[in-house]
Design a protein around this ligand. Structure first.
Ligand code: BT5
Length: 260
């Protein structure tokens, strides 16, 4: 009888290459500090670096991303987005759509998208995205698209109380299948974005759970304000009480918190 694959099965390089499809060249490292750091050392468009375990995973703004061995997917894809500079802020939105699509195809779980690119289940974070821009000498700028997905963590393995995993949502926890579906969705979504932002923006607006909610916006300068998230504009920015937010951390305020 075949052994069912679980979150604890080690990843296998040939299987990862096969499920990602011919558009990607996949390298598997048993351990890496941060796949974004490794991918940025010698960035080549069309490559994906996967770490079976990441020892110094990075979040945005110098935060850390922690995942116990064997329970998560941590990988970075290097892409040439072929976008005008003004359209680069749409990249995180396209990547978030791709991760949600891949997770849905592989597991049947519908994750919510919090602007700009957090993936939530019941307001708890199940996946995160870290995008970095690199400039190879003499070439076009490339994007390093780092994706972390909590696949098989049990409750006691969650790194922070605001995290959850696909397994805790009752999903099939085959890391290889989730990786393949996300890699393929990423290729399709980025191809669509480089053809023009309209379709990606439409689908992002339909999928984003932030619009219509009361949110607290923590701005990079340390100030914050609370208001109604009204729209995602044509540049991918969030409009909160008429203010356009391009870079900031958005916290969904729960009505039950009694927060303003
Ligand atoms: C993110 O940052 O959400 C981006 C995470 C990107 C991780 C991937 S893994 C592959 C690639 N290589 C890397 O080194 N990074 C990328 P941010 O929005 O700043 O969220 C970070 C915060 O989420 C932390 O401060 C914790 O509060 C929380 N956190 C840490 N680990 C988590 C986890 N596994 N699940 C959910 N939340 C987590």
């Amino acid at each position: 009888m075949p052994t069912p694959q679980t979150a604890w099965s080690p990843l296998e390089p040939q299987a990862l290459s096969t499920v990602a499809g011919p558009a990607w060249s996949v390298t598997l490292l048993e351990n890496a500090t941060s796949t974004n750091a490794v991918a940025a050392e010698n960035p080549v468009a069309g490559t994906i670096v996967v770490a079976d375990h990441q020892t110094a995973g990075r979040g945005r703004l110098d935060r850390s991303w922690e995942t116990p061995p064997g329970t998560a997917l941590t990988f970075s894809a290097v892409v040439d987005p072929r976008l005008d500079d003004a359209d680069w802020p749409l990249l995180p939105l396209a990547v978030a759509l791709a991760v949600a699509e891949g997770v849905r195809r592989a597991t049947g779980v519908d994750v919510a998208l919090k602007w700009p690119n957090d993936l939530l289940l019941d307001d708890l974070k199940v996946a995160g995205i870290l995008l970095e821009r690199v400039q190879p000498a003499g070439g076009r700028p490339l994007a390093v698209v780092g994706i972390g997905i909590n696949v098989g963590m049990a409750a006691h393995e969650l790194p922070v109380p605001t995290a959850t995993s696909l397994a805790l949502a009752g999903a099939d926890v085959d890391r290889t299948a989730v990786f393949g579906a996300v890699a393929q969705a990423l290729g399709a979504e980025l191809a669509e974005l480089s053809a023009g932002p309209a379709a990606v923006l439409d689908r992002y607006r339909a999928a984003c759970s932030t619009v219509g909610r009361t949110v607290r916006v923590d701005l990079p300068d340390g100030t914050s304000f609370t208001g109604a998230a009204e729209a995602v504009d044509d540049r991918g920015r969030l409009v909160v009480d008429g203010r356009v937010v391009g870079a900031g951390d958005v916290v969904h305020v729960r009505v039950t918190d009694g927060a303003p």
